[in-house]
Structures are given as structure tokens and as C-alpha cells.
Design a binder for this molecule. Structure first.
Ligand SMILES: CCc1cc(N2CCCCCC2)n2ncc(-c3ccc(F)cc3)c2n1
Length: 253
């Protein structure tokens, strides 16, 4: 009986093996803007844009894993967003639970670790409950770090760091003389993360909107007019390709 040799398909297409790309940004941060505009263009309520935007998050998490990005930070809710209509804020605060209910099993399967930065304690209890469960379930994962910026504001983060430094100076060997950038960074929400190598912002706006102001000092910025709900893995790859082409400078020549 002749042995039927296994037909070797192009394995890379079928497995979850990351696609080998040169000079991939280790940390990508994204301002996911344009959800309300996307809905308005279609005569839909704003919350329809947020819902659509949530599904794009899952696609971009998969793409980031595929290209071997190590940290993906997503600006999901800013300290300014509390000023939005109460009904919209209530809807937004339910999205983490909905996202995790749908995608946590797949995130677990793909070794993704969930993290958050921002003034977490001020979030509603039901929001924190869902996220705490996901953090606990994924705490030992060492694949992509999926980092949601929630109730995050960079100026608040900087003042919070200065306040803590002033308190610590009273009772420790921390002094004005030895305070430097490294010590200051250790007081930020992002103390355990490397700075973003690439910052992406959708919807055509070219401003930081109080996002990671200290951390993006040496980041490459990439802007697109595409609204977040229309963002996809192909456009994400375009940003990574552009990043690869740029000569990285850190203030030097
Ligand atoms: C709390 C505000 C908010 C808004 C939001 N949007 C709305 C704004 C931008 C577009 C994406 C969809 N998403 N999408 C996922 C999450 C999420 C957060 C934490 C977590 F552990 C799991 C998922 C999310 N959170």
C-alpha cells in the first residue's frame, strides 16, 4: 500500500504564525477617532459608530499580532469624554463588557494580555468588573499586550506624577537634584511600557488630544483621513510599511 504523502500547504497562511516584517514598531498607539462622524454620515445614532468601531478593534488586534507588534495602546475613553451626553457615556461604559464577552476566549487562545492605563477607579463598577476579570484571566499571557487607555488624560497623568514625586521627596532619598526623565517616567501609568514607536490617528485630525504627551516625544506619527469604523488591516499595514521606510532619529542626525 503506497504511503500517501501529506500535501504540504503553505503553512504560514494557515497558522497564526506572525508574518516576518523588518523593523516593526514594538509599540503602536492609536487614537481611534471618527466614530460619531461615521454614524452621522449614515444618518445613524453616534452609538452605532462606537459599536462598529468596537468590531474594528478586534480586526486590528489580530493584525497587530500577525505583524509581531508587542504592545497596542488604544485610546478608548478620554477624561474629556465625560462631557458627552449621559446616554452616550452609559453606552460606551458597556462596551468593554460586550467586547470581552465576545472576544476574551479568542484573546486567551492567542496569548493576548489585557492592560489599562488611566484613572481606572473612576469607571463604573460594572465596567471595572468585566475588565478586572479579563485582566486576571490574561495576566500570565506574554503575547501581544492590548493596552486600553480608559478615562485617560495626559495632563492629569503628569500632574498626578508630580504630586506623587513631591510626596515621595518628603520621606525618601528622592530629591530635586536626582530627579531625571527616567525617574519621572516611573511615576506615569505607562511606567512598565516602552514608549510608542508609532502613533496612528484616524479621521483626518492631526492633533494629540491630550494623549501620551510625554511618551510620544520620539514617536513617528501617521495620520489618515479614514474614519475609525472604516479602518482595517490593510490600512494598518500601510502605516507599518510607512514606518519601516522612515529613518528613525532620536533628536540626532
Ligand atoms: C470604555 C470605552 C470604550 C470604547 C470603545 N469603543 C468606542 C471608542 C472607539 C472605538 C472603539 C470602540 N471600546 N472598544 C473596546 C473597548 C474595550 C475597553 C476595555 C477593554 F478591556 C475591552 C474593550 C472599548 N471601551
Amino acid at each position: 500500500m503506497s504511503m500517501k504523502l501529506p500535501f504540504f500547504k503553505n503553512k504560514s497562511k494557515e497558522t497564526n504564525e506572525p508574518e516576518a516584517l523588518e523593523n516593526v514598531p514594538n509599540h503602536v498607539a492609536i487614537i481611534m477617532d471618527g466614530n460619531g462622524r461615521w454614524a452621522k454620515k449614515r444618518g445613524l445614532p453616534r452609538i452605532a459608530g462606537h459599536k462598529e468601531g468596537m468590531d474594528v478593534v478586534k480586526e486590528i488586534v489580530k493584525a497587530a499580532r500577525n505583524y509581531n507588534v508587542k504592545i497596542l495602546t488604544l485610546y478608548a475613553f478620554s477624561t474629556e469624554n465625560w462631557k458627552r451626553p449621559k446616554s452616550e457615556v452609559e453606552f460606551l461604559m458597556k462596551l468593554p463588557k460586550e467586547f470581552l464577552h465576545i472576544y476574551l476566549p479568542e484573546l486567551m487562545e492567542n496569548n493576548v494580555k489585557i492592560n489599562t492605563i488611566g484613572n481606572y477607579d473612576e469607571l463604573p463598577a460594572h465596567t471595572k468588573e468585566a475588565i478586572d476579570y479579563a485582566k486576571e484571566k490574561t495576566q500570565d499571557n506574554d503575547g501581544l499586550l492590548l493596552n486600553f487607555a480608559l478615562n485617560y488624560g495626559s495632563r492629569f497623568e503628569i500632574i498626578r506624577a508630580i504630586r506623587q514625586i513631591m510626596t515621595d521627596m518628603e520621606g525618601s532619598d528622592l530629591s530635586i537634584d536626582n530627579l531625571d526623565e527616567k525617574i519621572f517616567s516611573e511615576y506615569l501609568y505607562t511606567k512598565d511600557l516602552t514608549d510608542p514607536d508609532l502613533l496612528i490617528r484616524t479621521s483626518g485630525e492631526q492633533r494629540l488630544s491630550n494623549f501620551l504627551l510625554w511618551q510620544v516625544a520620539y514617536s513617528e506619527f501617521w495620520f489618515t483621513d479614514v474614519l475609525w469604523p472604516d479602518f482595517n488591516k490593510e490600512i494598518f499595514k500601510e502605516a507599518l510599511d510607512d514606518y519601516q521606510k522612515r529613518k528613525r532619529r532620536y533628536g540626532g542626525i
